[in-house]
Design a protein around this ligand. Structure first.
Ligand code: IVH
Length: 670
């Protein structure tokens, strides 16, 4: 190796590493909706990679993240369609000087349209003869997913435009957003259900748009702003005129768009919206500048990834230094102990922040923060404030030591840390107040038993007064007990009892979810209930048998077995059964499947997981037919132990497949 390449080597390595890192970050951001880098870190790394690629042109690679936009493709269930015009991204900068420079370098007489940069995900709407025919996500920029059914749930997007002179075809691009208010409500709901929270409205919007259930999408309340019209022979010579036209046709176009004539007007626009954007109902992360005249746009042209006629100015994430006064500990429904930073209150992005999660012990140790430290609090695109580091100066050295508590702050039980997990947990499930109350809250929640009138505060009150100590106590509540509580009148007591009564009709799969067995979420409960359609059959199942169900891994299986091995749970279950809850479902509970449609299936032999009758019901619930004797029309034989020799012989002669129980269960749950 010569001297030069030895010097260059580390930079070439850095280049390769950055490519890999950015590729991964793109995947986590666009496909998984779980960003690992902040926007700023991402942009900085991207700029550095661009610099290095310019330095080493021999390392050019068309697959580099600098040469293509991040891809959100990879979810099943949507038709992938090639874009008529590639969906590019925008060059961006955090520096107002760079923006000034960019404007100054444009030909002198240009008009610049300034717009807000909405922080959602881009969508491309195709209209043919005024009718919405496709709605494509950006995808990889070349092709996107058609999410039209979900887009049609957005009230501000017209399905059809009834006007004269509507062009034969046009495309409108814009941003799909989940307004702050909806985002916060959704996260609150997810917190109650112990589902993972969305980090910011962008992730929530993106996750929502990729759902396979338009009704759920509609319930969440997406909105959209449109900012770019494309097509051949469209009216208007400028970008602004086209947006005005779109507005007249009934599209949702922002009122904040301004045509600026010089750099001062542009900078004034940026300065104004830097603060004013905090009052908007949706998230924005910058300003977009676009050359107004379409001919001038064409002259300026494009790079591989971005138009040269536009640039985005990105607002810096807001950051504040403040005192970490104290770390307190919160115990959740499942006993996980979460450390919380109690801060000297600071103003950040329009709200006062005084608490922030510290996640777990490892997080605290990795930032090396202790009470008494000055810490950085950030609120970028994220609603939940984050602690990102501490001030390293000598003056503000922390005074206190940090050690994670070893006993539960709520009940005094000794905490345990499960190997391989970063969380500390209180094992005192049946005696730790927040766990008890949390279990009851989960039990009554909307997607579980849906008992109206028994909210968090009432549960707390009843717990304090000794009326509620576990979920079975709910069914022993008497009108006079409830009405005797302060704040609750006879009317609310009656409503509550009606809700409790109604919950006795809630189907088995939701009852199973409501029991709150660790890691058995709503969907898993449904899948389990399809296979085990009585609580008794579930109770008798071994971990190994449970693992045959789709989505059930060894950990969940163990949790289920452990749940039924605990005497206290069995007592509660006995009382719930006595109260009349649904501990049995029809085999076909939930949406029926057509996995076995058109199949004739023979059952033969003895089985260990389910009875013959249960298997018969399962076959029918999945669209198949159970027949008695083997013929050439038989699709397969569900074969148990000691299958009759005649049947076996006949099957062999006709070449009919035998399937064992485990494979069958896998087939219908998969
Ligand atoms: S124009 C060819 N205008 O920002 C230019 N984009 O980082 C097309 N965005 O993919 C984009 N607000 O999702 C434009 N007023 C606005 C925007 C905007 C948000 C998004 C868009 C784009 C991304 C680029």
């Amino acid at each position: 190796m010569d001297l030069f390449s030895a010097i260059e080597e580390p930079e070439r390595e850095e280049l390769k590493r950055l490519r890999k890192e950015l590729e991964e970050a793109n995947y986590k951001y666009y496909v998984l909706n779980m960003p690992t880098l902040s926007d700023r870190e991402f942009d900085e790394k991207m700029h550095r990679l661009q610099e290095l690629e310019a330095q080493f042109p021999d390392m050019f690679d068309p697959k580099s993240p600098t040469q293509h936009v991040g891809s959100d493709l990879g979810k099943k269930g949507f038709e992938q369609i090639k874009h008529k015009y590639p969906m590019l991204s925008l060059a961006n900068s955090y520096s107002r000087e760079e923006i000034e420079d960019w404007v100054r370098k444009l030909p002198s007489n240009v008009e610049i349209v300034c717009e807000l940069k909405y922080d959602g995900l881009s969508i491309s709407l195709w209209y043919e003869h005024g009718v919405l025919v496709r709605a494509l996500t950006r995808g990889d920029g070349v092709q996107g997913d058609d999410v039209i059914a979900n887009i049609k749930t957005i009230p501000s997007i017209p399905w059809r435009i009834e006007r004269d002179n509507i062009p034969e075809f046009f495309e409108l691009r814009g941003e799909v957003l989940l307004p702050w208010e909806r985002f916060e409500a959704l996260n609150k709901e997810r917190e109650e259900q112990e589902e993972p929270l969305f980090a910011n409205p962008r992730n929530a919007a993106s996750g929502t748009l990729k759902l396979q259930d338009p009704r759920e999408v509609a319930r969440r309340g997406l909105d959209a702003y449109l900012y770019y019209m494309l097509g051949d022979n469209l009216p208007g010579k400028t970008h602004f005129e086209r947006l005005e036209t779109a507005k007249q046709w009934g599209f949702h176009i922002s009122d904040a768009i301004k045509v600026c004539k010089n750099v001062d007007e542009v900078m004034a626009y940026i300065a104004y919206w830097d603060t004013e954007r905090k009052n908007l109902p949706v998230a924005t992360d910058g300003i977009v500048l676009k050359v107004n005249d379409l001919t001038q746009q064409e002259e300026l042209g494009y790079t591989a990834k971005t138009p040269r006629w536009a640039i985005a100015y990105k607002f810096p994430a807001e950051k504040q230094l403040t005192l970490l006064k104290e770390i307190t500990y919160q115990v959740g429904r499942t006993g996980v102990v979460t450390p919380v930073a109690n801060l000297e209150p600071v103003q950040l992005s329009g709200t006062i922040v005084q608490r922030a999660t510290l996640h777990n012990e490892d997080f605290i140790r990795s930032l090396d923060i202790r009470p008494g430290d000055k810490v950085w609090v950030e609120k970028g695109g994220e609603i939940i404030p984050k602690i990102t580091g501490k001030e390293q100066s000598d003056e503000v050295q922390s005074t206190k030591d940090f050690s994670f508590p070893d006993i539960c702050p709520e009940c005094g039980a000794k905490l345990v840390r499960v190997e391989g997990e970063s969380a500390w947990r209180c094992p005192n499930e049946a005696g730790c107040p927040p766990q008890i109350k949390g279990k009851i809250e989960h039990f009554v929640s909307r997607k579980a038993m849906n008992i109206d009138g028994l909210g968090e505060e009432t549960i707390d009150l009843f717990y304090q007064n000794g009326l509620l100590r576990n979920i079975a106590d709910i069914y022993d509540l008497k009108l006079e007990d409830i009405a005797a509580q302060e704040r609750l009148g006879a009317k609310s007591a009656q409503n509550m009892l009606a809700g409790i009564e109604a919950s006795k009709q809630v189907p088995w799969s939701r009852v199973l979810f409501a029991l709150g067995i660790r890691m058995v979420g709503e969907t898993t409960a449904k899948k389990i209930a399809r296979v085990y359609n009585t609580i008794d059959s579930l109770q008798n199942a071994t971990a190994e048998q449970l693992c045959a169900i789709e989505d059930v891994g060894p950990q969940i299986a163990e949790n289920i077995v452990a749940y039924f091995n605990d005497m206290r749970n069995l007592e509660i279950l006995a009382r719930l059964r006595q109260a009349g809850l649904q501990f049995e479902g029809e085999a076909a509970e939930g949406p029926k499947s057509d996995k076995l449609a058109g199949m004739s299936i023979v059952i033969s032999g003895t089985f260990s997981y389910h009875s013959r009758d249960e298997y018969k019901a399962m076959i029918e619930a999945n669209g198949g037919k159970n027949v008695g004797s083997v013929s050439k029309k038989t699709s397969f034989i569900l074969a148990g132990e000691n299958m009759g020799p005649e049947k076996r012989k006949k099957a062999e002669a006709l070449g009919i497949k035998l399937m064992n129980e485990a494979d069958f269960l896998q087939l219908i749950s998969g």
